[in-house]
Design a protein around this ligand. Structure first.
Ligand code: NAD
Ligand code: MG
Length: 336
């Protein structure tokens, strides 16, 4: 071996040893870090899900549609005080329809605390609820955009998406969550105007918003739809609503297949009975409302806050293999 070869061999050995040393130091550091974290982490007590939130019987109450969360008794929990983020959606830009109350509000709060800028759509009559959500997004240090308006026309859905993209500076999470639900004992009580309003809100609006948003969605973006256990186990008094939820579950599965080759994931959330304004503004009969959630194995309705982490999970980068899925949360009843 000549002198040059010998030098380069020594050099390789030196570097190899140095590299291995670095790895060992890094490993020791990460072990120490993990131990420090384990020692400093605040222990959370186990929570019994049965007694975590109010149970029926509920007080009789009724509000004109679309209802306000702030006027419900008891007030729903959207995670205002409890949701803690860990930067899972840092830098994302999200548009949520029906973001003023219920599941949409829970998602908006969680998204902002996970580091996303959030635009919410709602009806002008819901300004009071929306203001609270916008304030919560801002106090998480994120940009909050308010885009009130009625989703029942294609023109507004296009304006909504364009405004969100302009004000957020892009879009990578689209949550189609708004819906109309009005109880009718008989199909004979469902007017053509009723049927049309339910279809326009629950089926046409997601179609229109997705069409408007798709040209802007990059690989890694997500579309999330709120479906329901009604998609597979429809109630007799929700003839029009239940079939729109079957349509929602179906579009999620079809679109997931269509958009996976483009790197866009499409998933859904299927709640069971959740304590939201939709139920007290015509969505349920007074009789059903009094014992709302009693039929579920958990013995109570869910709160919007209990679904927030699902909306986060479906939007996060680490759920990269989940598409065409419907994640349920129904207290043990129904099927997603
Ligand atoms: P919610 O009343 O808080 O939210 C529904 C929102 O839809 C309203 O806040 C309103 O802003 C919006 N909306 C309705 N019509 C609109 C229109 N024409 N234009 C614009 N916005 C309109 O109630 P929620 O229960 O949180 O509903 C959110 C989603 O959850 C809906 O898709 C609903 O079908 C679904 N869901 C609810 C339950 C439940 O028990 N609450 C169960 C299963 C599924
Ligand atoms: Mg509302």
């Amino acid at each position: 071996m000549d002198e040059l070869d010998e030098k380069s061999r020594e050099r390789r050995e030196l570097l190899g040893g140095f590299g291995a040393g670095l790895v060992a130091v890094a490993f020791a550091n990460s072990q120490a870090q993990a131990q420090t974290d384990a020692r400093t982490v605040k222990i959370e007590p186990l929570q019994d899900p049965r007694g975590k939130y109010p149970k029926p019987p509920f007080q009789q109450q009724s509000q004109p549609w679309p209802g306000l969360a702030s006027k419900m008794i008891p007030r729903p929990d959207h995670g205002e005080k409890s949701y803690r983020g860990t930067n899972r959606l840092a830098g994302r830009k999200a548009l949520i329809t029906g973001g003023d109350s219920g599941m949409g509000r829970a998602a908006a709060i969680a998204y902002a605390r996970e580091g996303a800028d959030v635009a919410i759509n709602y009806l002008p009559a819901e300004e009071e609820d929306a203001k609270e959500v916008l304030e919560l997004i801002r106090s998480a240090g994120r940009t909050a955009v308010a885009i009130p308006g009625d989703l029942r026309t294609e023109n507004f859905c296009q304006v909504l998406v364009q405004t969100a993209i302009k004000q957020l500076g892009g879009l990578d999470i689209l949550v189609n969550n708004a819906a109309r639900q009005q109880t009718r004992a008989s199909i004979l009580d469902v007017t053509t105007a009723d049927f049309d309003a339910t279809m326009k809100t629950n089926v046409y609006a997601p179609f229109w918003t997705i069409k408007a948003a798709l040209p802007y969605l990059k690989p890694g973006s997500v579309i999330i739809g709120t479906s329901s256990v009604q998609a597979t186990d429809p109630s007799p008094d929700l003839y029009d609503y239940a079939q729109t939820k079957a349509a929602t579950t179906n579009y999620i599965r079809s679109l997931a297949k269509q958009l996976a080759p483009k790197g866009i994931r499409v998933n859904g959330v299927a709640p069971g009975p959740i304590w939201t304004p939709l139920q007290v503004s015509g969505g349920a009969t007074q009789e059903k409302l009094k014992k709302f959630g009693a039929d579920s194995p958990m013995g109570r309705p869910g709160q919007p806050a209990e679904l927030a982490s699902i909306f986060v999970q479906l939007a996060a980068n680490d759920a990269s293999y989940a598409t065409g899925q419907i994640y349920g949360s129904a207290g043990g009843g129904g099927m997603p």
